[in-house]
Design a protein. Structure first.
Length: 298
């Protein structure tokens, strides 16, 4: 199978589900529920077990946002949205039944009984991204990767990949308009391909267009990755950051350490662990395995 990096649309899709929490007391209960579940060994963690069983989820993370007033469920999945959500209900519905009772205007529970309502709730709260969605291997599904690499790749203890959930606050509505235009005109696909450590990336406006989220899954060390961003898309960052509050000094190429600290300070911590369907494989590993498989087929 040949890895293409310029497909018009990847086989993968992003879910950026952001749910509003009812109250501080509900946040406390949610935090306790999720941390208790996530602290379990993978084979006993119902989230990990369900995501692995679904076989279409590449990566997944849970993140509290907006001073713990919202919960984000951020995944990259293969194929059709409705089919994916239906699988979500089948395999992880009981977890969502526990979460949804703490959310404002949530769909009724159990989700297994109220499927259509949960479909609509998920659609309504799935934040649209600024197209395109970036994929380092846009023609490969989870099953493609595991078939080529061996299913044992799903059993590594800690992923080599890491999540970035970088949130920036936009200065004003006028700044949003300028920023939106810049991002539409300057896609970063070619630069991300050069970095070769980014599996997936999306940009999304949050909070009524008052914030910008940069959400990626990347390989290796945070500082190395962030400085590669400076090297490859520094000029785009220099165009974007003047529209943000409390931006680091510019140009970022002259102040890389300050930019790294800025990203670190605004990178939202996830509720560990970060889920990966193939935790031992880097972008370069996947591309090499796919190229080798393609040669065998030829």
């Amino acid at each position: 199978m040949n890895v293409q990096t310029n497909l018009s649309k990847p086989v993968q899709n992003p879910l950026t589900l952001i749910m509003k929490i009812k109250s501080k007391a509900d946040y406390e209960q949610l935090n306790q529920i999720l941390r208790q579940i996530q602290s379990l060994p993978p084979t006993q963690n119902p989230i990990h077990v369900a995501l692995t069983k679904i076989t279409s989820v590449h990566f997944a993370r849970f993140v509290f946002l907006e001073n713990n007033t919202k919960l984000a469920v951020i995944t990259t999945f293969d194929g059709d949205f409705d089919f994916y959500i239906n699988e979500f209900i089948n395999e992880i519905g009981d977890v969502f039944n526990q979460l949804l009772v703490h959310m404002e205007n949530a769909s009724p529970v159990p989700v297994q009984k109220y499927r259509q309502e949960f479909f609509q709730y998920t659609r309504d709260n799935n934040v649209p991204i600024i197209e395109p969605f970036y994929s380092a291997y846009p023609d490969l599904t989870v099953l493609n990767i595991l078939d080529m690499a061996g299913s044992e790749q799903a059993n590594a203890s800690k992923p080599v990949q890491n999540p970035l959930t970088f949130i920036l606050k936009i200065k004003s509505p006028e700044d949003y308009e300028q920023l939106n235009q810049i991002l539409q005109q300057h896609p970063v696909t070619d630069a991300l391909n050069k970095i070769a450590t980014v599996h997936f990336a999306r940009f999304a406006f949050l909070e009524n267009n008052t914030k910008l989220a940069v959400i990626t899954s990347y390989d290796g060390d945070f500082e190395t990755y962030t400085k590669e961003f400076v090297r490859e898309i520094g000029d785009v960052l220099n165009k974007v950051l003047p529209y943000m509050e409390n931006a680091p000094p510019l140009p970022v190429q002259s102040y890389p350490d300050e930019f790294v600290q800025h990203v670190r300070s605004n990178n939202m911590p996830i509720i560990e662990p970060f889920y990966s369907a193939y935790p031992s494989l880097t972008v370069l590993d996947i591309r090499a395995i796919a190229e080798n498989a393609n040669k065998v087929l030829i």
